[in-house]
Design a binder for this molecule. Structure first.
Ligand code: COA
Ligand code: AMP
Length: 618
């Protein structure tokens, strides 16, 4: 089936107030618009439709929180009632179609309720991951200019309670734009101080609210903005539209994951990331599945058997997480002895994404779970998988190291630096021929020029993924590395450029570089190198300790920035470009060639000594 027919058919499977007569508006590339005259609502397709079709008593959401010792379930009817009620709260605060609602919450059902309630009103939500600090939150507040912020008083990590409310207050203080209203979910582990006149208590507001109905929106109206790391400190506000998201995500649940209504689907991620948006919240609910919201970790909550316990407790059929989670489990329970304590007979497949899946982890997971382990490749920008073994279409042989072939709807190609095609097996830039399928990003919030220049300019007619790799003769794609300053730390996407901005804001720092070095558990971790201003007399170790603290304050603990050293100078090309790639190769113990454009080759010996002192190569 060709792509046009595929999406025409898939669009028939969702609820439209007005069915689209036009499939695709290609009049202004690369701003393609799918289903431009369709009218729909994402919340209706996630909840109301299932209740209307008689599945109201089926469980929609399971909340399992080992960190707070809480378990709770919502049927579709119950979830709809909570969402409609919270939509009423937002409406009473003046939120209407097109307004932004920023959500800063941990993995609690209220985060899902707030997302769906925004969608119910046609408002645009923007969820900010809880591991980001005030400064990052402030940047997003200024860019999204939300009418309302919905936050929790705290998050709960295995060893500490993270007070979100003071971070929110500080972010609002830092931001130029001041939201009129904050709605705060008070969690008993740590209550937040309320700012009178601005802050509303979630429970009080819900008690006083009247439920609100779905607002029909145009298919191309934004469903959400999700900020992701780019090459600079200014994050990219990925905008996803409503109609395309419903069509593509619902289609993907069957075609890729092979789940049907009533199946239990668990994405062990976070609502603050794209995986959480697509496969904790929207995808499973559009498809009428039961979704699991797990507020815990793969290890330490309480042990490396936590994932197996969740699978057994809820009879999970399909699971999705990042390879790093399995590496963490494997490290603590290499033999997988805890597996024997749990019934995993319900599990049909495990999907992995977020970073390159090393063949060793894939083999371990497959051997221990005895189900197909599917590596699939995607990005915040695409919102759903680009390459995957599509279990609902035809299961292909699993080739370790490859997320298999392009998913129908994506035309993936490899181009050389000049935009020419390469032979199969040759590495180049991984690109996707325009147009991207429905459900992918439609623009960057407030930055349509950046949308074009960052993704569509280098290779005219193609979307540049920012990943490098190759395609073999069987059409299997191999994703090898990023071509930009983005690194993947424990499945979290972070910008080394943003980290360098934090370092260079330090008065003692003349120059700096942050590189992503290999880590056996997290995949990559950042490592900073500093050149100090001449005349600085302070102990270099004290400066290093200070910048590590600054990184935690400015970007957040999720940056996992713990390694940094002072060096006399950084290796550069004659034109002044810092040779980060070569330093990364030295740190990772890979073969590297002396760049021809370096004046003083001895500089690499100095760098190698510094890296060795930090434990690299590992
Ligand atoms: N709110 C506040 N802080 C958070 C947070 C949140 N939502 N999520 C993480 N953090 C903090 C952690 O507490 C930790 O702080 P610390 O430096 O004080 O210890 C720091 O951010 C780093 O967290 P994390 O990257 O999660 O590392 P970890 O060592 O705590 O755990 C793993 C490592 C592999 C167990 C963990 O990253 C994991 O479960 N990953 C699963 C993969 C995943 O969810 N990927 C998302 C895309 S699919
Ligand atoms: P994010 O936008 O956070 O989902 O991160 C997207 C990036 O993660 C991609 O551009 C890749 O660099 C990396 N990535 C995601 N999935 C895979 C995968 N299956 N194999 C290799 N890299 C991946």
């Amino acid at each position: 089936m060709d792509s046009a027919e595929l999406w025409r058919q898939a669009a028939k499977d969702i609820y439209w107030y007005q069915s689209p007569a036009t499939l695709l508006d290609s009049s202004s590339p690369p701003f393609y618009r799918w289903f431009p005259d369709g009218v729909t609502n994402a919340c209706y397709n996630a909840l109301d439709i299932h209740v209307a079709q008689g599945s109201g008593e089926q469980v929609a959401l399971i909340y399992d929180s080992p960190v707070t010792n809480t378990k709770k379930q919502y049927t579709y009817t119950q979830l709809l009632s909570e969402v409609a009620q919270f939509a009423g709260v937002l409406k009473a605060q003046g939120v209407s179609k097109g307004d932004r609602v920023l959500i800063y919450m941990p993995m609690v059902p209220e985060a899902v309720i707030a997302m769906l309630a925004s969608a119910r009103l046609g408002a645009i939500h923007s969820v900010v991951f809880g591991g980001f600090a005030s400064n990052e939150l402030a940047t997003r507040i200024d860019d999204a200019t939300p009418r309302v912020i919905v936050a929790a008083s705290c998050g709960v990590e295995p060893l500490r309670v993270v007070p979100y409310k003071p971070l929110l207050d500080q972010a609002i203080e830092l931001a130029t734009y001041k939201p009129e209203r904050c709605i705060v979910l008070q969690r008993s582990m740590q209550l937040g101080d309320m700012t009178s006149g601005r802050d509303l208590d979630w429970a009080d507001a819900m008690a006083a609210s009247e439920s609100a109905n779905c607002v029909p929106v145009n298919a191309n109206d934004p469903l959400y903005i999700l900020y992701t790391s780019g090459t600079t400190g200014q994050p990219k506000g990925v905008v996803r539209d409503t109609g395309g998201s419903i069509v593509a995500l619902k289609w993907s649940m069957k075609a890729i994951y092979n789940v049907s209504p009533g199946d239990v689907y668990w994405a062990a991620s976070d609502v603050g990331w794209v995986v959480g948006h697509s496969y904790i919240v929207y995808g499973p609910l559009f498809a009428g599945c039961t979704t699991v919201l797990y507020e815990g970790k793969p290890v330490g909550t309480p042990d490396p058997g936590a994932y197996w316990r969740v699978i057994a407790d809820y009879q999970v059929n399909v699971m999705f997480t990042a390879p790093t989670a399995f590496r963490a489990i494997k490290k603590e329970d290499p033999q997988g002895t805890l597996l024997a304590q749990y019934d995993r007979s319900s599990l049909r497949a495990l999907f992995l994404a977020g970073e390159r899946c090393d063949p060793h982890t894939l083999a371990w997971a497959q051997m221990k779970l005895q189900v197909p382990v599917i590596d699939h490749w995607w990005q915040t920008e695409t919102g759903w998988p680009i390459c995957s073994n599509c279990l609902g279409i035809e299961q292909l042989p699993i080739v370790p190291g490859s997320p298999a072939r392009a998913v129908p709807g994506y035309d993936v190609q490899v181009l050389d630096a000049k935009g020419g095609s390469v032979e199969s097996g040759d590495i180049g830039a991984l690109v996707i021929k325009n147009p991207l399928p429905p459900g992918t990003f439609t623009t960057l919030w407030n930055a349509p020029e950046r949308f074009v220049s960052a993704y569509f300019k280098k290779f005219p007619g193609y979307y540049e993924t920012g990943d490098a790799g190759y395609i073999n003769e069987d059409g299997y794609v191999f994703v090898m590395a990023r071509t930009d300053d983005v690194i993947n730390v424990a499945g979290h996407r972070l910008s080394t450029g943003a980290m360098e901005e934090v370092l260079s804001d330090n008065e003692d720092v003349a120059e700096c570089a942050v590189i992503g070095v290999s880590d056996s558990m997290k995949g990559q971790v950042p490592l900073g190198l500093l050149v100090l201003n001449s005349g600085v007399t302070q102990d270099p170790q004290a400066i290093v300790a200070r910048v590590i603290e600054q990184m935690r304050d400015r970007i957040g603990p999720v940056a996992a920035f713990r390694q940094c050293a002072v060096v006399p100078r950084l290796p550069k090309t004659r034109s002044g470009k810092i040779l980060r790639g070569t330093m990364r190769s030295i740190a990772d113990g890979e073969h590297w060639n002396m760049p021809a454009t370096v004046d003083d080759p001895e500089i690499f010996d100095e760098i190698a000594v510094t890296l060795k002192a930090l434990g690299y190569p590992a």
